[in-house]
Write a protein that binds this ligand. Sequence first.
Ligand code: SF4
Ligand code: SF4
Length: 620
Amino acid sequence: MDNNNSMMERLDEFLTEVQKPSRYIGGETGSVIKDKSKVDIRFAFCFPDTYEIGMSHLGMKILYGLKNAVPNYWCERVFMPLPDMEEQMRARNIPLYALESLDPIKDFDFIGFTLQYEMSYTNILEMLDLAGVPVLASERGETLAPIVMAGGPCVCNPEPLVDFFDLFAIGEGEEMNLELMRLMEQCKKEGTTRQEFLRRAAQIEGIYVPSLYDVDYNEDGTVKSITPRDGAPAKIRKRIIKDFDKVYAPDNFVVPFTQIVHDRAVVEVLRGCIRGCRFCQAGFIYRPYREKEKDTILAQTKALCENTGYDEVSLSSLSTGDYKDIVGLLTELTDYTTGEKINLSLPSLRIDRFSDEVLKKITDVRKSGLTFAPEGGTQRIRDVINKNVTEKNVMDSVKIAFEGGYTNIKLYFMMGLPTETMEDVEGVYQLAKAVIEEFYATPNHAKGRPGVAVSLSTFIPKPFTPFEFEPQLDEAGVKERQAHLKSINNDRKIVISWSKYDLSLIEAVLARGDRRMSKVVYAAWKKGCKLDGWDEHFKFDKWKEAFEECGLDMAFYANRRRSYEEVAPWSHIDMLVSREFLIEENRRAHAGVTTPNCREKCSNCGVAKCVGGDICRAIR
Ligand code: SF4
Ligand code: SF4
C-alpha cells in the first residue's frame, strides 16, 4: 500500500481546491481492495465521463464484480477528471490513476473503456494522454501491456476509433472479458509480444483487432472492401449470454460518498427488447430478448438492498413493462420492498404497458412528473418508425397518471424522422394539447395547473437499424420545423425544447463513420475538444476545422442516403440481425407498414438462426 499512501499525500496537497474531491480518492464502501502480490492481472475499467455518470452505469458494476470475483484478477475504476482536477494533475505530473489502488493505469495489463455514446470519444483520448499511454495504438510498441480495449453499444461501429484501440469486444462482455484476461495470463507467462497477444485474441469469438484488417475505398469515398489478415475472421460475431438467468449479477455495489446520477440499487430484469422501433439501435443490437426468472430477480434485489443499505431499488432493462409476468413480479417485489421501507422505481416503461395495475405498484415514485416517449406526432409517422403506440394509448396512460395525482407530463419526440412532413411536426403540438385537455377531462385530477414539457431531439440514423440507410435532416430543415412549432404554440402550459443541432450532427457523423474518421477525432481532440456531450464544453467550430484539415465532409457521413448495395464501414461486424432484414424493414417503413413484436410473431430477423431457436421461442 506504499504507493497508495504516497499518492494520497500528493493528492492531499490540492484536493481541497477542486470541486467534489471525494470522486477522486476511492475508498467507498463496496470498493474492492486486493493484495497486489497475489494479483496476476490488473484491469483499469475506464468510464469516459464523470464519476457521477459512470458510477450510475450498471454494466460497469457487473463487470467490476465479475472480474474481482476471480481471486488473482483485480479490476479498478477510472473516470474522466473534470477540468479543474485535470489541470492540477497535469501541473503536478500526476498520471491518471485507478481509484482503488491509486496506481497509474499505464502500469495495468488492460485499460478498458466502455463506449456508451459517441460524444464521449474525445474523452478517451484525453484520458489516455493523461495516463501517459500513447494515444495512437501504432505507437505502443512491442511490449505486451497495457492493452487498450473497448466494449459497449458504440463498438457495433468501432471504425471511427480504430487508431486508438488495440481491440474491441463486440457484444455482451461477461464471458469475453474473462477469456481475454486468461489469455493475458498465459501470454505473460510465455513472455509473448503485444502483436502475438492480439493475433491470438482475434481468434476469440467477439474480439475485433482492427490492425488485422485492411480497408479500401471507392472513388466516390464509400468503402470498397474490408479484408482480414493473419488468420483474423472475415466477420466478427457479437457474443451473447445464452443462459441469461444464470449470468453473473453483483450482490454488492460501490456506494459513493457523493451524490451520483442514479444513487440506488439496480437489478437487471431482462436483456434485449421484443419491439423493433426502427430508429432504436439498442432494440436491434441487444437481440434476442431474454428474461430472468422472478425468483432470481427477487433474490438479487434482496441481496443488493441488504449489502448496500440502499432504500431505493430500480429495475433496469430496455423495456421493463414487457416482462412477461410484470404484475406478478411487481407483486412479489413490492411485498418485500414495502416491508423493508424501500422505494421501487421502474424507469423504462412503454406507454402501452402503463396499466392501472402497474401504476398502483409503483406509487412510491415521485408524484411530480412522468415521462413518455411517443417519438412521433402522428399515427402515420409512428407507423413509419414502428412505434406501436396509438394516441389512445397515450391518452389512456396520461389519464391514469392524472387520476393518480400527477400534474406534469414530459413527452419525448424526434424531429427529422424519415418521410416526416410538416403535418407530423404539427402533430407533436396537437398531442401535447390533447394531454392538457385530458387533464381537465379527468374527474378528480389533482389541484394545480397541468404542464406538458415537449422535448424534441434531432433524429440520428444509427448502424444496425433499418434507418442506417437514411440521411439525417440538415440544419435548414431542422430550423424550419423548430420555427413552425414555435409559431403555433400559443399555450403557456406547453413548453417546447430541442436539442442542439450541431451536437446531433457530430453524433451522426461519428455513429456511421468509417476508419478515416479516426484522424478527425484525433485532430478535434488536439484542438481542445473534450467533454463534447456537455453544451458548455462542446466546440463545434473546432470539429469543423478538424474535418476540413482531414479533407472529409460531414454531409457525406450524415446527410447522404446510402444505397442498400453500399458496403457499410461496419459490414465486418456481425450483430446477428441480418442485413436483408434491415433492408426489408426499411422498405416497410417507407410503405408505412408496421412489424409485429417478437412476442406476437417472429419476423425472422436472423438472430434465431445464429443463437438457436430456443431463446426466441421462449419469448412467446
Ligand atoms: S421499446 Fe422501442 S425504443 Fe424502447 S428499447 Fe425497445 S425498440 Fe428501443
Ligand atoms: S429471430 Fe424472431 S423472435 Fe428472434 S429476435 Fe429475431 S424477430 Fe425476434
